[in-house]
Design a protein around this ligand. Structure first.
Ligand SMILES: [Cu+2]
Length: 191
């Protein structure tokens, strides 16, 4: 007697297992999208610390993880927003350091004296290979007049020879192509 062997039917997963596969697939997709977004955002010029208390001294570290479309970085200029005072940049061996002074929007009382002007822009000129990572730091005081919850934006122009990347978007939009490094202010004395 010849019994026909039914052709192998597509294994039908029970709804539970199929559901799980679908869920796993959806999670992977979402993770990929998020990495894409946060990965690329994290890969721009950003601040190491994302938040800091009002009325405190902070070391602000600007991270440069790549050049301009493959070209080496030759200059990094950072503008200080209002309320960021008593700025002292960190020199870097092999880089020329320049600063631009200007009036503060509001005078700031600090250690018994009133500061009316100071460093408003810092400029490092040198060379950083696109294949390498580096940091550019300043010490600064976050004025007591600033408000917790406020987001400070530090526009950065990254020059790469005759090319440039302008990290100057201060909209705070997550999908901004060229976001300026941002610092969220927390209440005085908070960690
Ligand atoms: Cu990037």
């Amino acid at each position: 007697m010849h019994r026909s062997i039914a052709p192998l039917a597509t294994p039908r997963f029970s709804h539970g297992i199929q559901g799980k596969w679908r869920l796993a697939a959806a999670t992977l997709l979402a993770a990929g999208a998020m990495w894409g977004a946060s990965g690329s955002a994290l890969a721009h010029v950003t601040l190491e610390a994302r938040s800091a208390p009002v009325g405190s001294y902070q070391k602000l570290v600007f991270r440069v993880p790549h050049g301009c479309n493959g070209a080496d970085t030759t200059r990094v200029r950072v503008r200080m927003p209002d309320g960021v005072v008593a700025v002292k940049p960190q020199p870097k061996p092999g880089w020329v350091l320049r600063t631009q002074e200007g009036d503060y929007a509001n005078p700031v009382k600090l250690h018994g004296s009133t500061l009316k002007r100071g460093v408003r822009e810092v400029d490092w000129t040198g060379r950083l290979s696109d294949a390498w990572y580096d940091e550019f730091a300043v010490m600064a005081y976050l004025s007591d007049a600033l408000q917790p919850g406020q987001v400070l934006h530090f526009p950065v122009v990254q020059e790469c020879g005759d090319r440039a990347a302008r990290w100057i978007d201060t909209s705070g939009n997550a999908d901004a192509g060229n976001p300026a490094p941002a610092l969220t202010l927390t209440p005085a004395g908070s960690r």
